[in-house]
Design a binder for this molecule. Structure first.
Ligand code: FAD
Length: 401
């Protein structure tokens, strides 16, 4: 899905005298803009893409993330578009035998928010609309930031093409390969994790009479994981497959892949896995790279959030949730210190660094556990998953800042 958003040339557009610049219009940048707008601040988002859209894949909005979306005013719209899985089954990859069953029927009561799954493009579109509704001039597309200069009272941004802009503070929400992280906090060396991931979406009708449990299923086996869950009211099935391999793959989410290659990795797996791969017309793959957590995310007037601050392994499905939490907390910090960017950024780092570093480190270990030689071991060893770590209790709208 591509959202056509009005584009205005930098030279034609009057920027506010004093505003906070957000770099990147992904889930993190858009949520941050909304949180800042909610606090009454002027915001501009500079995004390199000339048009907005998002990858064709599903996303889990766990209760902690949902509380953040509620704070920025999009909860109703998100819930209306989402599926609510009432159970999550982890099964042995070949036989389908259930190893772990997580009942999610009481999630809303337990955590004060639902657990949802939806199409990423739908979540992205909701955030774009909300940002535009708050201020139609917020989004500045086709702007690739190439340089950042910070001085005592402002930040100067350099763009491809030679344009320059001044802002009172910069929030780098520019993702995995963040320019802000590299220029301000130093390059984090990506380390190939040994895992390659594939993703795709399949119309449920193309699966014929296949009996599909509602909710999500995780099939596990030595060196391999296959995750499936419904989106768009069950019309589509989202799948993500992970394979441990010695082959190095590019770190890009949008590299088209051969279905035959994926098929070969899961040749003798459960019929549900076979049917999903068999029904796929296209899929994408990417290599998973691990990075050490950053020790600091802020300077006087520059901060990073989301994947720019802490690109983490996907085993807990918490990458976007952490970006949303960061965004809501940074918005609240600016609301508490609207004329003092350095103080707002110090509060932001103090509130967020410890939690995210813990999740980042735990997420580094998750893949090893799920792809162990003996899947039965999952039953014996207590889980260190997102439920067990208590991640869903967190409320970014209310944590002390
Ligand atoms: C298949 C898949 C499934 C996932 N599932 C889940 C899930 O279920 N739950 C979950 O919580 N997380 C999930 N994640 C992880 C999650 O999607 C990411 O962690 C999250 O989207 C990060 O958001 P972000 O806004 O920080 O970065 P991004 O979404 O990467 O956005 C960065 C933006 O910055 C722009 N940009 C980059 N450089 C520049 C520049 N120099 N100048 C201007 N603009 C720039 C980019 O174009 C982009 O729009 C999943 C990831 C994948 C790939």
């Amino acid at each position: 899905m591509v959202h056509r958003v009005r584009e205005t040339a930098l030279s034609d557009r009057a920027l506010p005298e004093s505003y906070i610049a957000v770099l990147g219009a992904g889930i993190g940048g858009l949520t941050a803009a909304l949180a800042l707008q909610r606090a009454g601040l002027q915001v501009r988002i500079f995004e390199q893409a000339p048009f907005l859209g998002d990858v064709g894949a599903g996303i889990s909005v766990t209760p902690n993330a949902f509380k953040g979306l509620r704070h920025v005013g999009v909860a109703q719209a998100v819930e209306a578009q989402a599926d609510q899985p009432l159970q999550q089954l982890t099964c042995e990859g070949h036989s389908g035998e259930i190893l772990i069953e997580i009942d999610r029927t009481g999630v809303r009561e337990q955590y004060g928010a639902p657990y949802l799954q939806l199409h990423r493009a739908d979540l992205h579109a909701i955030l774009v609309q909300a940002v535009q509704a708050a201020d139609p001039d917020t989004l500045c597309l086709g702007r690739t930031c190439t340089g950042i200069e910070e001085s005592s009272g402002e930040v100067l941004l350099h763009f491809a093409g030679g344009e320059r802009e001044r802002c009172v503070a910069l929030i780098g929400a520019d993702g995995l390969k963040s320019t802000v992280r590299e220029q301000v906090f130093g390059a984090a060396v990506p380390d190939f994790s040994g895992f390659v991931a594939w993703r795709g979406l399949v119309p449920t009708t193309s699966l014929g009479d296949l009996p599909l449990e509602s909710g999500s299923r995780v099939f596990v086996g030595p060196g391999r994981i296959f995750v499936r869950y419904p989106v768009r009211g069950g019309k589509l099935q989202n799948f993500v497959a992970f394979v441990r391999t010695g082959n190095w793959e590019a770190e890009s989410w949008s590299q088209p892949a051969e279905i035959a290659e994926l098929d070969a990795h899961f040749a003798d797996w459960h019929m549900e896995v076979r049917a999903l791969i068999g029904a796929a017309h296209s899929c994408h793959k990417w290599g998973l790279f691990a990075r050490e957590p950053l020790q600091r995310w802020v300077t006087e007037r520059v901060a990073v959030l989301g994947d720019a601050a802490h690109p983490m392994m996907p085993w807990f499905g918490q990458g976007a949730a952490m970006a949303i939490e960061d965004a809501v907390v940074i918005g609240r910090c600016f609301a508490a210190a609207p004329n003092d960017a350095p103080a707002a950024l110090r509060r932001y780092q103090a509130a967020r660094l410890e939690r995210v570093t813990m999740i980042h480190r735990e997420a580094l270990l998750g893949g090893e556990r799920l792809t162990q030689m003996d899947p039965e071991g999952l039953r014996r060893v207590p889980a260190r998953n997102e439920d067990a770590l208590g991640l869903f209790h967190y409320d970014p709208a209310n944590v002390p800042i």
